[in-house]
Design a binder for this molecule. Structure first.
Ligand code: PMP
Length: 360
């Protein structure tokens, strides 16, 4: 078996011990003679798996009883619409902080349902920085303030969040949740697709302060109503059981490693050494402002874009996969999620130096 260093932005690398355990339990889960995939979501075995996953997730992030944790489908893209269905009326204003492509999509979805005020944007600088909270032009009485905590494509991340905005802070943390400790009490709603730091794609986790659930518009279908999902324990219909189980294995892996503080230390080291290598060279370049550089997604360009193809081919041959940048920005992007080990980053840095010597 050969496993490559996988820098995919998502669906992304999963921790090897998690995959090995899933393999070992694939045909016969805990002596039940069947796979978790083949079990009823109402079975005591699966209920135990689901409850343990939620408990571990809550413990990792220190989530209090005043929040619901929901295990949903539809991806973060559905959250772009579900959120305004639940937290706005037609004439409400929702404030959006716009730092890249995912924010653009969240704004477009919200505009169909309520009024949107773009409270801050870095579009003027091609989304290469995160406007400071002090510069957000917020609407008094806004339904909520939405921020994309980490723009997966542009590699722009908020490294801190304000605590007192006067309106609930809502964050798309798809590509950063679980990469470090987080003060959840600062947020009204957090949502994240699983396919970066949580598990395989197909599961979306929503953390919502209890008082914010139960405000959905009257015509909101139950499947789009946070409170309906909360009341049903995220089992209003058949949930993505196998994904939930795999997410639980990832949470247990994180817990056994020492939790999010340990992971944060690793992630900081990984990102810092890659940015340092990029900055030290005249051949590679990262366009993002220092203070706002993402720990999870590191975009960089080569001095000559004509070399991009050769870089990718040679990287692939060296066992470094999925480094191509998003088509909208070009260049390269190395995603350094929790499951990407420090050795992978070291191997990438060595490869980059060798490539620069050869081609630069
Ligand atoms: N938000 C962010 C920050 C993302 O990175 C992504 C996907 N990469 C999405 C939303 C959309 O996720 P999905 O396609 O699963 O709906």
């Amino acid at each position: 078996m050969t496993r490559v260093h996988n820098f995919s932005p998502g669906p992304a690398a999963l921790p090897l011990p998690v995959l090995e355990r899933a393999r070992d339990e694939l045909l016969d889960y805990d002596g039940r003679g069947m796979s978790v995939m083949e079990m009823s979501h109402r079975s005591p075995e699966f209920i135990a798996i689901a409850e343990r996953a939620e408990a571990d997730f809550r413990e990792l992030l220190g989530i209090g009883d005043d929040y619901y944790v929901l295990f949903l489908q539809g991806g973060p893209t559905l959250q772009f619409s579900m959120l305004p269905f639940n937290l706005t009326e037609r004439d409400s204003v929702a404030d959006y902080v716009h730092t890249g492509s995912w924010g653009t999509k969240a704004i477009a979805a919200a505009r169909k349902l309520c009024r949107v005020n773009v409270a801050a944007t870095s579009e003027d600088a091609n989304f290469t920085y995160a406007p400071a909270p002090a510069d957000w032009r917020l609407t008094p009485g806004a339904a909520y303030v939405h921020v994309t905590g980490n723009e997966t494509i542009g590699g722009v991340e908020y490294h801190d969040y304000p605590s007192d905005l006067g309106a609930p802070l809502v964050a798309d943390l798809s590509s950063t949740l679980l990469s470090r400790p987080l003060d959840v009490s600062r947020f009204g709603v957090i949502y994240a697709g699983a396919q970066k730091n949580i598990g395989p794609v197909g599961l979306t986790i929503v953390v919502i302060r209890k008082d914010l659930a139960g405000r959905a518009r009257p015509a909101t279908p139950d499947m789009l109503d946070y409170l309906a999902h909360a009341k049903a324990g995220s089992m209003m219909n058949t949930p993505p059981t196998y994904n939930w189980y795999l997410a639980g294995l990832v949470f247990a892996w994180l817990r056994d490693l020492g939790g999010l503080a340990v992971m944060a230390e690793r992630n900081r080291r990984k990102a810092e050494k890659l940015y340092a290598a990029v900055d030290a060279s005249n051949f590679y370049r990262c366009p993002v402002r220092d203070a706002d550089r993402s720990w999870m997604n590191v975009p960089f360009t080569l001095a000559d874009p004509a070399l991009d193809r050769r870089f990718l081919d040679e990287a692939e041959a060296a066992g470094l996969a999925n480094l191509k940048g998003h088509r909208s920005v070009g260049g390269m992007r190395a995603s350094l999620y929790n499951a990407v080990p420090e050795e992978a980053v070291d191997a990438l840095i060595d490869f980059m130096a060798a490539f620069e010597r050869d081609a630069g």
